[in-house]
Ligand binder design. Structure first.
Ligand code: ZN
Length: 97
C-alpha cells in the first residue's frame, strides 16, 4: 500500500525512503522490546504477565492505538459502550504479510 507522506525532515512531498527506513527500524526496535518483555514476564519470571502492564507497554511502543467506540463497534463488541476507549492494533501490527 503506497501512501504519500510529506517529509518535514527532508522536505520532500513524496514518501521519503530515508524516513521509511527510519520508521521500519523504529518499528522493529519496538517489536523486539515488546517480544522480550512478553517472553521475560510470561516464560522466565514465573508467569508474572499482567494484562494491564502489557497494554500500557504496547501503547507506549505504538503497537496498539486507542479508538473511541461507536455504534458500529458495539455491534461487533457488545461488551463495550459508545464512547468507551478500546484499543486496536496499530499500523505496525496490521501492516505486512
Ligand atoms: Zn524524510
Amino acid at each position: 500500500m503506497e501512501e504519500s507522506i510529506f517529509c518535514l525532515k527532508h522536505g520532500e512531498s513524496t514518501k521519503c525512503s530515508e524516513c521509511v527506513t527510519e520508521q521500519l527500524q523504529a518499528d522493529s526496535k519496538n517489536l523486539k522490546e515488546f517480544a522480550r518483555r512478553v517472553i521475560n514476564a510470561g516464560c522466565w519470571e514465573s508467569c508474572e504477565l499482567d494484562g494491564g502492564d502489557l497494554q500500557e507497554l504496547a501503547k507506549k511502543l505504538g503497537l496498539i492505538v486507542p479508538h473511541i467506540a461507536t455504534e458500529a463497534d458495539i455491534d461487533d463488541e457488545p461488551e463495550y459502550e459508545v464512547g468507551d476507549t478500546i484499543y486496536r492494533f496499530s499500523d505496525v501490527l496490521n501492516g505486512g504479510a
